[in-house]
Design a protein around this ligand. Structure first.
Ligand SMILES: Cc1ncc(COP(=O)(O)O)c(C=O)c1O
Length: 370
């Protein structure tokens, strides 16, 4: 069967063994994050022909399952891989929507340029998401704070060990029902300062969403967990310990005067879709927002003096999470008894409300998927 989504034709070969409804219901009752996957996947392949021209082809939806790759496939050796993350939300009337998917498509293509991968036309990116969600719509949870997490990714599939950009590539989307990222109620989290490890360096791949950045961050995340922290903070050690971002989230400060500040994009920080949405929501509330350099010293001194009233992290997976404590062996900034700040919670409520259809979408951020 052929279906059209966003002007692109996708063939469909549906799963012969979809998850039984009772099993799916049991999964949706407590999905956690990243544990379970829906019955299908959307795929578009790319190859460069002998004249050196490249093209996307074979757009299709098929049963979710293992990928067959040649052991010499470039992605397995040189990590030529990028990914994205966004969510599909079920609204009260049963309709399914996603949030600013064009921004994810644009960011995927920025990452593609950095990793010498082919750019994927927005129609394919959005078409793949729409196709997958329409086929697997029963998997979109409806509980508070729940959504279907969508993971588009692109891998270099060419069987070749030379170090050059691969000529065969596959773009895929998988989907995973998601509950509250950090589990349980919304409590301020503790963050560990990474002193030894950097996530990114100037001219490196920091602003790209490529697997290698995350591989490089795992040792610091392990260190954080060993110290009872949920996430790790990366600093620019060569620039006055300027605050960069967490392992998977951007950081915001609410100042005493009600304005917000967030680290400016320097090429080493991921340009979060939530980050840009938080800035807009805050400005809509009449608050000033500064993108600037914020050092660890300013964070510590600001919390002590009261110039910094609230600190929070933001990203697609956990939306907005208050930060209670920032620490390492020499620092302890904040308090373990901290409560979520009022501004943090107000911005969170607005953003979640827009995503889930209970607050008016004045910026046209939502796209209906099913
Ligand atoms: C390193 C990093 N920073 C920030 C973010 C937040 O980005 P977004 O709001 O687009 O999810 C993410 C999550 O994807 C991330 O992995």
């Amino acid at each position: 069967m052929t279906q059209t989504a966003h002007g692109v034709e996708f063939t469909q070969q549906l799963s012969a063994t979809p998850t039984p409804a009772e099993e799916r219901a049991a999964i949706l009752a407590a999905p956690g994050f990243g544990n379970y996957f829906t019955d299908h996947t959307a795929i578009v392949d790319y190859s460069v022909d002998l004249e050196g021209k490249g093209g996307w082809h074979d757009a299709r939806v098929e049963a979710y399952g293992p990928i067959s790759l040649d052991p010499s496939a470039a992605v397995l050796h040189y990590g030529q891989e990028i990914f994205e993350g966004l969510k599909a939300y079920r609204h009260a009337d049963g309709s399914i929507w996603t949030f600013r998917p064009e921004a994810n498509a644009a960011r995927m293509n920025q990452s593609a340029r950095r990793l010498a991968l082919p750019e994927i036309p927005e129609d394919y990116f959005l078409g793949a998401i729409r196709q997958l969600v329409s086929v697997d719509k029963e998997w979109v949870p409806s509980g508070d704070g729940e959504a279907l997490y969508l993971r588009p990714f692109m891998i270099a599939t060419e069987a070749f060990l030379g170090v050059r950009a691969a000529r065969e590539v596959s773009f895929r989307v998988i989907a995973s029902p998601a509950g509250n990222y950090f589990g349980g109620e919304l409590k301020p989290v503790s963050i560990w300062i990474s002193r030894e490890y950097a996530r990114a360096g100037r001219g490196g791949t920091g602003a790209a969403k490529c697997g290698g950045n995350y591989a490089a961050s795992l040792i610091a995340q392990q260190e954080a967990e060993a110290h009872g922290c949920k996430q790790v903070l990366f600093l620019d050690h060569f620039n006055d310990n300027a605050v960069e971002e967490l392992g998977g989230m951007n950081v915001f400060f609410v100042m005493k005067d009600g304005s917000l500040a967030t680290p400016a994009l320097t090429g080493t920080i991921l340009e979060g879709v939530t980050r840009s949405s938080v800035m807009q929501v805050a400005r809509d509330m009449g608050r000033a927002v500064a993108e600037r350099k914020i050092t660890l010293d300013e964070w510590r001194d600001g919390v002590v003096s009261g110039d910094i009233a609230e600190v929070f992290a933001c990203g697609t997976a956990a939306v907005i999470t208050p930060i209670g404590v920032l620490k390492d062996n020499t620092e302890f900034i904040g308090s373990e008894d901290a409560k979520a700040g009022e501004t943090t919670m107000a911005i969170r409520a607005t953003l979640l409300g827009i995503q889930t259809g209970t607050v008016e979408d004045t910026h046209g951020w939502l796209t209906r998927l099913a």
